[in-house]
Design a protein around this ligand. Sequence first.
Ligand SMILES: Nc1ncnc2c1ncn2[C@@H]1O[C@H](COP(=O)(O)OP(=O)(O)OP(=O)(O)O)[C@@H](O)[C@H]1O
Ligand SMILES: [Mg+2]
Length: 291
Amino acid sequence: MKLDVRDASFRYPTGVLALDGVSLMIGSGEAVALIGENGAGKTTLAKLLNGLLRPTAGSVLLDERDTRQHTPAQLSRFVGFVFQNPDDQLFARTVREEVAFGPRNQRLADAEVQARVDRALDEVELRAAADRHPYDLTSPERKLVALAAALAMQTPALILDEPTIGQDASGVARLGALVDRLHAEGRTLITITHDLDFCLEHFERVVVLAGGKILADGPGTDVLRRVDLLQQAQVEPPELVQLALGLGWDTMVRTPEGFADAWAEQRGAAERTRQDDHRAGRPAGRPQPED
Ligand SMILES: Nc1ncnc2c1ncn2[C@@H]1O[C@H](COP(=O)(O)OP(=O)(O)OP(=O)(O)O)[C@@H](O)[C@H]1O
Ligand SMILES: [Mg+2]
């Protein structure tokens, strides 16, 4: 699913101009992270992308559908949305009912609804909680219920607003693996996140918002190493980027494994130079005379 934002602005009824002439084209199957300081307009942009809000100027097209010509209910079949705060989203009395709501609304056969619910609950590892009340779960678990509800809709595009907040390290790793799998399946994925380590590792493209405008848009490995730009957007570079910059590397790695490989390669190269110097009878680590 292609998402095309054309010179869109959004002004809340209070008068706040939350988005100011934003143009953004997200191709089918892309994984894009929206980053930026609090109040930058990230959530407003996400709500424009799934038709919960319509632009007050400009337009938003989902494939060729103009969001102004469709209801949010119609568009919810195409773009799933997991809210920042799950309590804005959950309303059913059991986890199973919550996750079944969307597929049932799509008028799928009962067996298909149940199969989707089981699969979605497996994906977030909450099958054992299927018959519990969502409010008996912890807040991070409720967020996973909201995620499962979105997964069960099997929409071609999915927006996750701050998915890692409140999750422990294993929860974040599980979310990362899920994002990678959905991406490999060809879904269009958009996340809003303050967790730039997560963003670098799992989202190839990064869009930086500030004051309702796009400040930068490009590969995460480029955008997330622009320290001045990130400072302007009030976000800290990811830890891997800080390490790589501190070591003077000019290529960026996206994962701890990538970092370890690059590090091993550098050490190997240094060792080979040392051995060559040794064979040539040059003293190790000393500059050679000019002649
Ligand atoms: N329902 C609303 N009514 C009025 N103003 C709003 C509303 N929601 C957001 N705003 C304002 O619009 C601007 C953009 O808010 P938005 O929630 O899109 O930012 P954000 O980048 O998602 O921030 P955060 O990181 O805090 O979630 C802010 O100035 C905010 O105060
Ligand atoms: Mg927000």
